[in-house]
Design a protein around this ligand. Structure first.
Ligand code: ZN
Length: 613
């Protein structure tokens, strides 16, 4: 499995490791220029607008974060073009396929940025300019053939290939990829772009009179490209145009959720929830259904205690088919002497008495984690949104406790997975407080947790979700609880949602994980609010307008009759506003990181009850 992702900086641990591997490939493959260029990459990523060019780094890596190839590009926001500086793959490792995938990704990014096109310097395939018998000519020809399949060819009729010192071997062609558009750029625009390349990228090498001479040599209006040399005909327009990065929402559905079916009375977390949502989803926006991939259990153990994970797996395996074990003793005062019998020990690891252990709970929960990580991986690879439609849900599962229909915290596992690649904001809009997610990230400042929920004075889980729970240690100020009264009008809800959005904007995450519950809906058997489809649509719009790559993870929602219409409204809002909002990243210069102060929040009436409960 190879995934392509953009590396925004060298700060997060996985990003630092990727940059180091890119530097090694550069030094190995470009022995003359490589070492100098390689040393500059961290600086270029940290100061994105140095030389008025923003550096974008894409890596192709396997599931173990081993970099197999990379593309380093310069983006000029003022003139709106991309200059491809390096496209390199590790020697001898199926480089062509990886190179093509990387270049496709660069084209997608260029299209998303609405660029005029991509410029690439390629050494000539003309024997008159390159007499090297050692195969350089063939290498040059291969490279030009590679770009020709995307419609990219050398610009002709200019003096770009005239070297500064006269008559040097191997002068570069300037190749242009117009991203499948029929119209090529006009003379004035091309002159400005060529000047930018020579001054900003090669300013130290090119004297001003040389730059002026090359710029003036661009006289064709519009510019002309060399006729096809390697392909018989132009690539089909559909193939020539890059696929937009966000033309579909990857959707991963837990294919094993039905095995987990607790038929006890009142157990509303039932398989029908998934089919009710799926039925309407296809009418909402374009989804791309993906099969779940299996991930290592290490991802689970990174956020849940090992003893808890072991217990869940072993205890579930012991329960006879069709039977359930409910915790009924809670010997938490003597943690040193847990009961020997596994069923009796359940109370050590559970926060309530209504979430049973059974033969399939572990299997279904484990699969939900795989689904969520599969969707997360797509976000990491550049998808704007992805949806993990799973049950059992996860946000009540704490570091070492299950409960509230939840066993493993899908949201927290995904948020931790992302955190190696950049900061993460978790927004929980389920009716119930996301106590598990709060517990897991309580002392961390790299994962911001925000939950909007029914006040714990009347709503499950009753013991957490109060406004004064703000995190501890390094995590102080990075947990924001927004508890609301039993009855909430749409205006109040939107004001609170705006406060949450505001806090996320100040945090400036690289990723957002949304814990999405539909149990805020009118008539939900576990909630007291009255959200209608229009309200879910507003939530989707607010999250989409944030402009961050976002993973949506399914939590609660139990009124089967309206689950589908609410899901449809949410995703319509997310999709519409997402398409109106440019993705945060290259377009917007980074702002300084603000101090972690909690956002001002309208005080809900119920918060005054806090002292009495
Ligand atoms: Zn809930």
């Amino acid at each position: 499995m190879i995934r392509i992702r953009r590396v925004p900086d060298d700060l997060a641990s996985a990003n630092a490791a990727a940059v180091a591997q890119v530097q090694a490939i550069l030094r190995e493959q470009f022995p003359t220029a490589g070492p100098i260029e390689s040393a500059g990459i961290p600086e270029l990523l940290r100061n994105p607008f140095k030389k008025k060019l923003r550096t974008l780094l894409f890596v192709a890596e396997d599931g173990e974060d081993q970099v197999k190839g990379f593309a380093l590009v310069m983006y000029a926001p003022d003139l709106n073009f991309i200059y491809l500086d390096y496209l390199a793959t590790q020697l001898g490792r199926g480089g062509h396929g990886i190179g093509a995938a990387l270049y496709e990704r660069v084209r997608e990014e260029a299209a998303a940025l609405d660029c005029v096109g991509i410029f690439i310097e390629c050494l000539p395939d003309n024997p008159a300019l390159c007499s090297d018998p050692a195969g350089t000519l063939k290498t040059n020809a291969d490279r030009l053939r590679f770009y020709e399949q995307f419609g990219a060819r050398p610009i002709i009729g200019t003096k770009y290939d005239m070297t500064i010192e006269p008559n040097l071997e191997n002068p570069p062609y300037l190749v242009f990829d117009g991203l499948g558009r029929e119209m090529l750029p006009d003379r004035r625009r091309t002159q400005a772009m060529v000047r930018a390349i020579l001054e900003r990228k090669y300013g130290e090498l090119c004297p001003p009179e040389y730059t002026d001479m090359v710029v003036k040599s661009v006289q064709d209006d519009p510019i002309r490209l060399r006729p096809l040399r390697y392909l018989r005909r132009e690539p089909e327009p559909a193939k020539a145009a890059p696929r937009p990065v966000a033309d579909r929402i990857p959707l991963v559905v837990n294919d094993k959720h039905e095995i987990h079916h607790v038929k006890d009375r009142g157990y509303v977390e039932a398989p029908v929830r998934i089919s009710a949502i799926l039925r309407e989803l296809e009418h909402a926006v374009p989804f791309e259904r993906l099969p779940p991939r299996t991930f290592s259990e290490d991802h689970i153990r990174a956020v849940h205690a090992g003893a808890f994970v072991d217990y869940l797996r072993r205890a579930c395996a012991l329960v006879p088919a069709g039977k359930s074990i409910y915790p009924y003793v809670f010997p938490i005062r003597n943690t040193k002497r847990p009961p020997k019998e596994l069923p009796l020990r359940a109370g050590y690891f559970c926060i309530d008495t209504f979430t049973p252990l059974n033969a399939n709970a572990w299997l279904a929960a484990r699969r939900a984690v795989d689904c969520t990580l599969t969707a997360a991986e797509r976000v990491l690879s550049g998808a704007r949104f992805a949806y993990s439609l799973v049950r059992p849900p996860g946000h009540h599962a704490e570091r070492r406790a299950f409960g509230g229909f939840c066993y493993l915290n899908n949201t927290a596992i995904a948020a931790h997975y992302f955190s190696r690649y950049g900061r993460v904001a978790v927004l929980d809009v389920d009716y119930h407080h996301g106590n598990g997610t709060q517990d897991i990230f309580w002392t961390r400042s790299d994962v911001l947790t925000i939950s909007i929920h029914g006040h714990p004075s009347f709503a499950y889980p009753y013991f957490s979700g109060f406004a004064d729970e703000v995190g501890e240690g390094a995590g102080k100020g990075f947990n924001l609880n927004l508890p609301l009264p039993e009855s909430v009008d749409p205006e109040t809800y939107r004001a609170v949602l705006a406060a949450a959005v505001n806090r996320i904007e100040r945090f400036q995450p690289a990723f957002v994980v949304l814990s999405l519950g539909y149990d805020t809906a009118a008539g939900d058997p576990t909630g007291s609010w009255r959200h209608r489809p229009a309200d879910f649509r507003k939530i989707g719009e607010a999250v989409g307008a944030l402009g961050y790559p976002t993973l949506v993870v399914q939590e609660g929602g139990y009124r089967t009759r309206t689950l589908g219409s609410n899901a449809r409204a949410f995703f319509t809002g997310l999709w519409d506003s997402g398409h109106k909002t440019p993705l945060r990243g290259p377009r917007r210069p980074a702002r300084p990181t603000p101090a972690p102060t909690p956002a001002p929040v309208p005080m809900p009436a119920a918060a005054q009850l806090e002292g009495a409960t």
